[in-house]
Structure formats: C-alpha cells, structure tokens
Design a protein around this ligand. Structure first.
Ligand SMILES: C[S@@+](CC[C@H](N)C(=O)[O-])C[C@H]1O[C@@H](n2cnc3c(N)ncnc32)[C@H](O)[C@@H]1O
Length: 279
C-alpha cells in the first residue's frame, strides 16, 4: 500500500497542491479498502492485489488528466451523507452544505413541512433535508433525466423518501401539488463572462446546463421560481437560494419585488452566498 501511495504522490506532484494529493491518496485507499486515516497508517505494509494496483494506476492517470476525483470514484460525501455522482450530474459543493444547514437549523422545530427543491441534481439538498427533517415531505425536480436517476438512487441508498419529478423551471406548467412551506434552489447562476475564470477541470467535466446563465439575465432561474412561488408557497412560507456573490443586491431587490422580507447571508469565506426570504 505504501508503494501505491508513493506512486500517487510521484505522478501527481506539481499537478496539484501537496495537501490535495494527500487527500486523493486517502480517498483512493478508502475507496479500495474502506480504511480510515488511522487504519491507513497502521496498514501501510499490507499487500495490494494486482487488481487493486491496476486500479490505483488507472485512477492516478485520470487525476493526472484533471478528471474530478468524485466522478472517478463515482461517489462523494455531502452533509455527512454518501452520494453517488456521475458525469452529467453536478458534484455537490461544500458551500451548498451551508444552505442545507441554515434550512435545518431554522426549521428543526416545525412539524411536517412541505419542501420543494428546484434543480436537484444529485439530490444532495433534498436528501439531506429529508434525512435531517424526517417529518417533512420533500419534492425535488430537475430537467435532466440522468440527474433524477442518480438522485433517486441517492434517496434510496440513504433510506429517504423523496418525490422526484421531471420539470422545467423555465416552463409555464406548474408543479403539483401546492401548499409548500419551503422552496429551495441552487440553480445555474454562473454567467458566461465568469466562465473564463473557472478551473479547467470544472469546465471540461461538469455539466454546462447545471452551471451557466446568460450574461444579460443572470437571475432568470430565481425569477422563474419566485413567479411560481405565488401559487406554490403557503402564506408565511420561505424561500432559500444559493446565489452568485456578484448579484446579492439584485437578488434582494428581486425577492422584495415579489413581496418577500429578504436577507442576504455570507458563507464561511465571507462571500455572499445565500438569499432567504419570507412571504
Ligand atoms: C447548480 S446545479 C445544482 C444541483 C444540486 N441542487 C446541487 O446543489 O448540487 C443546477 C441544477 O439545475 C438543473 N437545471 C438546469 N436547468 C433547469 C431547468 N430549466 N429546469 C429544471 N432544472 C434545471 C441542472 O440539471 C442541475 O442539476
């Protein structure tokens, strides 16, 4: 096993920061053997089978081509829960955990909430909300059938009952039913002019339609969801959005134009990241 770790480090040296290479080594060994970090140290002299050695070489080659580790291993952790991911489905981001955490902490004591997640992707928001607010009923939609397939698998593997359905946020038909207490979304919000600043591994591997919005209408998904909120949301209901840090003030104005008392919240890195509102 130590030789496998040395191989990973030598091959990826200079391509990624040292800390990230160490994290990859742990994720690969954990994926192959299920070892914790402590067990990795204790078992460093354990022999790897030929198959395991080959898998280490293959994974390292894919990392050297900047393929995301989550797609290579087909899994990631979000809000402490395991999620399957595959090409065509956005890899859940650490920042989105803060959105989930806020919703859970503000609604922990409310009984039987009805929640809908727009643009669910891997299902990370919907499944972690259902897991942590178990009395709630959770609906979640996406335009991508592939995403819905993965999201359903993730709900099942986490023993959660979430109602997934195919739906176009920008379309005119309405999701059924109504009477929701909470609308949540992390929709596409990166403008095309910001694309040039994004790392190659995101641009080359992650789904375009999950990320980008036109420069001339960066809030189109939020506007479409807020329009639908007029029918879907109960009086006193709440909306929670992950947003582009460049559009905090515009989001506040948009939400207030739909009659929401609104607030913008910064994330752990001090970046504007969440918009929330109450009707
Ligand atoms: C930024 S990703 C967020 C995925 C997931 N909720 C997360 O936080 O990791 C946006 C999601 O919106 C979906 N999407 C894009 N356009 C859509 C549309 N018109 N209607 C419904 N979903 C859409 C994408 O397929 C993608 O899964």
């Amino acid at each position: 096993m130590q030789r496998a770790i040395d191989h990973i480090k030598k091959t990826l040296e200079g391509l990624y920061p040292d800390g990230e290479i160490n994290a990859f080594s742990y994720l690969i060994i954990n994926h192959l053997r299920g070892y914790s970090k402590g067990e990795m140290i204790i078992n460093r002299d354990k022999l790897f089978s030929t198959d395991e050695q080959q898998r280490v070489y293959d994974i390292t080659q894919m990392l050297a081509r900047y393929e995301p580790i989550q797609y290579i291993l087909g899994e990631t952790i979000f809000y402490g829960l395991p999620f399957a991911v595959s090409i065509g489905v956005l890899i859940p981001r650490f920042e989105t955990e803060e959105l989930v955490d806020l919703i859970i902490s503000e609604n922990r004591n409310s009984a039987q909430l009805k929640i809908i997640d727009f643009g669910t992707g891997s299902g990370c928001i919907a499944v972690s909300l259902k897991k942590n607010l178990p009395d709630s009923q959770v609906w979640a939609c996406d335009l991508s059938e592939k995403a819905l397939g993965i999201a359903s698998k993730n709900a099942m593997s986490n023993n959660c009952d979430v109602h997934f359905f195919l739906y176009d946020i920008l379309g005119t038909d309405m999701p059924d039913p109504s009477g929701f207490d909470i609308l949540v979304s992390n929709p596409p919000y990166v403008t095309l002019k910001e694309k040039a600043l994004m790392p190659e591994n995101v641009l080359n591997h992650e789904p375009y339609e999950a990320l980008f919005v036109p420069d001339n209408d960066p809030l189109l998904f939020y506007r479409a969801i807020l329009e639908k909120s007029e029918t879907l949301l109960k009086a006193g209901g709440r909306v929670y959005f992950e947003i582009n840090e460049a559009y905090g003030q515009e989001m506040l104005a948009l939400m207030e134009s739909f009659g929401f008392d609104s607030l913008i919240i910064t994330d752990i890195n001090g970046k504007v990241r969440i918009a929330k509102g109450r009707k």
